[in-house]
Design a protein around this ligand. Structure first.
Ligand SMILES: C[S@@+](CC[C@H](N)C(=O)[O-])C[C@H]1O[C@@H](n2cnc3c(N)ncnc32)[C@H](O)[C@@H]1O
Length: 358
């Protein structure tokens, strides 16, 4: 007996599903199209230019008109670009210009799409790994994953880290202003480290990450930022980074990627000053899976399946917290490691800022 014999489908519901699937496929392809528009400078050339024909946009960007026309139609059909039929021209609304062109705006979007594209490109490896439970390490991913991650997170850090997150921690800003020693663990390309170093010139910062390629990029970023020797970057795993007596240890969106977050937490406890603070920035999530059945939860469970869970499974212990672990599970990790105090100090729609103290 087939499933059709058992459960006759509701034809209207089936039709709705098919139409929804068309929208989903359009959105999937748009990850590549947004990265294409970003790379070719199409959004930047459209921003503030008024309506442009595909030929004018191609001429301004040094690209081939036939590709540009098709790209523009895909963007217009998706509502990201406005079409002006009488002129056969296209424009970018001002809000869209901010979201697609202003790297400093918290609404900046290309990084999120680039991270999604990178995740999809590597998905055949994840499909294979899911048969056996093997991991796929952060270091094994294509460059879109690393660059997309930096470009997605940095605008949020620019908007929140110095203005809201650090001030939400007990006494930390005073220490940073007087001059403190800070370890930024799992720092990736070092966006958070460099931002803090700029804001607190009397403090010193060590960014570390187990991924050599990320640390090489972080060193370049620090050089470009003209930061002196108050900032250095080291290739080190979270469970064994060097130094002690830190007034502040930070982890931005990386604790759940680690194989042994409890082991890493124990190491943080051992390297903190007695009155030090561990700031943990993690994706915001409810404690029950059903709390996260919303657009943000959907995207994060997607990233978690393709990036975070395989990353953790590739390391010793392989706890695989996932990117939607929730505060209760994170509290358990932190207190199991021996921290006495734990609280949610701040939050945004995307992040929890958690404060752990000895
Ligand atoms: C999602 S990225 C976040 C990077 C950076 N903190 C940021 O906010 O842009 C996760 C980072 O955790 C790092 N990571 C994963 N496991 C690690 C470990 N055991 N020790 C140190 N870094 C680790 C990865 O290499 C990657 O750079």
């Amino acid at each position: 007996m087939s499933i059709l014999d058992q459960t006759p489908p509701d034809v209207d519901k089936l039709e709705q599903l098919v139409f929804r699937a068309v929208e989903e496929v359009g959105a999937t392809l748009n990850a590549a199209l947004v990265v294409m528009g970003d790379r070719l400078g199409l959004y930047r050339a459209l921003a503030g230019a008024g309506p442009l024909t595909s030929s004018e946009l191609a001429a301004r960007t040094g690209t081939a008109e036939r590709y540009v026309r098709e790209w523009l139609n895909a963007q217009a059909a998706g509502g990201l670009v406005t079409y002006h039929p009488s002129e056969r021209a296209y424009s970018l609304p001002p809000e869209h210009a901010v979201a697609f062109c202003d790297e400093d705006s918290p609404a900046y979007l290309p990084g999120l799409f680039e991270n999604a594209l990178g995740s999809v490109l590597d998905s055949p490896r994840i499909t294979d790994a899911a048969r056996t439970g093997a991991g796929v390490g952060w270091h094994e991913h294509n460059q879109h994953v690393h660059d997309g991650c930096e470009r997605f997170f940095r605008p949020g850090y620019n908007a929140n880290l110095v203005a809201a997150w650090l001030p939400a921690l007990d006494g930390v800003v005073d220490k940073l202003q007087r001059g403190a020693r800070v370890a930024d663990v799992g720092c990736g390309h070092g966006a958070s480290t460099i931002l803090m170093a700029r804001a607190f010139p009397r403090s010193t910062f060590v960014g570390s990450d187990y991924h050599t390629g990320s640390i090489e990029t972080a060193r370049q970023r620090a050089e470009q930022a003209g930061l002196d020797n108050r900032v250095r970057f080291e290739v080190e795993p979270a469970a064994a980074y060097t130094g002690d007596g830190y007034q502040l240890v930070t982890m931005f969106d990386c604790l759940h990627d680690m194989g042994d977050p409890v082991g890493a937490a124990r190491h943080v406890l051992g390297t903190l000053a007695p009155d030090g603070t561990w700031m943990i920035v993690e994706p915001a999530a409810g404690d029950r899976v059903e709390d996260n059945f919303n657009p943000i939860g959907r995207a994060y469970y997607g990233f978690s399946t393709l990036l975070c869970t395989p990353a953790s499974l590739s390391q010793d212990v392989g706890l695989a917290l996932g990117a939607q672990a929730g505060e209760a599970r994170l509290r358990e990790v932190v207190t199991t490691a021996g921290f006495a105090r734990f609280r949610r100090a701040a939050e945004t729609p995307f992040n929890f800022v958690l404060e752990a103290r000895p």
